[in-house]
Each structure stands twice: as structure tokens, then as C-alpha cells.
Design a protein around this ligand. Structure first.
Ligand code: ZN
Length: 167
């Protein structure tokens, strides 16, 4: 497993639509294990393909490891099947936008369908932090970042602070 470089905003790879994965090849298996290693190293709880420059529909997540019980998950070609009407607002950080935390309102519960690394079609209901996390990572596969959820004025202010912090 290799820790890969994390792509940082405003790299345009973070604004692109990612391609479906046609087959789980050894390259995809290596990509998945590298992404998990990169996520743990960062440290973070979720990481999507484009964040390591892999423009494919894959993300990894482990919402438990910081509490001492690692549960790595790999999501290939994920799709949201149902969203709750109830929304929940949470503070979200992003490994590609270091130092920036944004309050994002999203459906509080989602049913996600995906293919796992063994090629199994899987379906699960996520709520709480995990629901926000899977929606955040799925956004990345569609070229969307947390900043895209802000109003124009809020975004301009956050981007100015971010540019200053990078300078
Ligand atoms: Zn992110």
C-alpha cells in the first residue's frame, strides 16, 4: 500500500465528472488499498478517487477508526437510491480543502447502492455522520465540493480566507 498525494482545491480535477468503473481489475484493487492508506495517513474518514487524481467512481470511508474500531469500506459506482425528506446540517471538512470547515445541509438518511471490492452488489442505509460522509464523497465523483453548497457571498469569503492561508 502506498500513500498517494492528495489533490488540493482549486485543482480542476476536483470539478470533473468521474467515469464508471467497468471491471474490478488489479489496478482498481491497488487504487482502493492506496486510497485507504492515504485516508488513514491524512488522517481522514473518507476519500474519493479524484482526491488522488483517479477520475473514477470510487471512494473509501471509515467512520469508526478514530474511535478505535477500524471498519474500512470501499464503494465502487455508488448511487443514492433514496433520500430522507429530513435534512441535517453538519460541519464538513475536506482533505482537499485543508483548514476549511463548511456547514452543509443534506438529507439526514440515504440508501446507498454500490459494488464492493469483491464485486458484490451492496445496499445499506446510512444515517448520522456516515450519511453526510457518503454524500460528501459521492459529490466528489460528480465534481462537487463543499464550497458548492455555499451561497455566493459565503463562498467568496471562505475562498478568500483559503487563498490567504495557502499564500
Ligand atoms: Zn472532500
Amino acid at each position: 500500500m502506498t500513500v498517494r498525494d492528495i489533490v488540493l482545491w482549486p485543482d480542476t480535477r476536483l470539478t470533473e465528472l468521474c467515469a464508471r468503473i467497468a471491471a474490478i481489475t488489479p489496478e482498481i484493487e491497488t487504487l482502493a488499498s492506496d486510497m485507504l492508506e492515504t485516508m488513514y495517513d491524512a488522517p481522514g474518514r473518507g476519500l474519493a478517487g479524484p482526491q488522488v487524481g483517479a477520475m473514477q467512481r470510487i471512494f473509501v470511508m471509515d467512520t469508526e477508526w478514530k474511535e478505535g474500531s477500524p471498519a474500512p469500506m470501499v464503494f465502487i459506482n455508488p448511487e443514492i437510491e433514496t433520500r430522507s425528506a429530513v435534512q441535517s446540517a453538519q460541519s464538513e471538512g475536506c482533505l482537499s480543502i485543508p483548514g476549511v470547515t463548511v456547514e452543509v445541509s443534506r438529507p439526514a438518511e440515504v440508501t446507498l447502492r454500490w459494488t464492493d471490492l469483491a464485486g458484490q452488489e451492496t445496499r445499506r442505509v446510512f444515517s448520522g455522520f456516515a450519511a453526510a460522509c457518503v454524500q460528501h464523497e459521492l459529490d466528489h465523483l460528480n465534481g462537487i465540493v463543499t464550497l458548492d453548497h455555499l451561497t455566493e457571498a459565503a463562498r467568496a469569503s471562505v475562498e478568500a480566507d483559503y487563498a490567504e492561508a495557502l499564500a
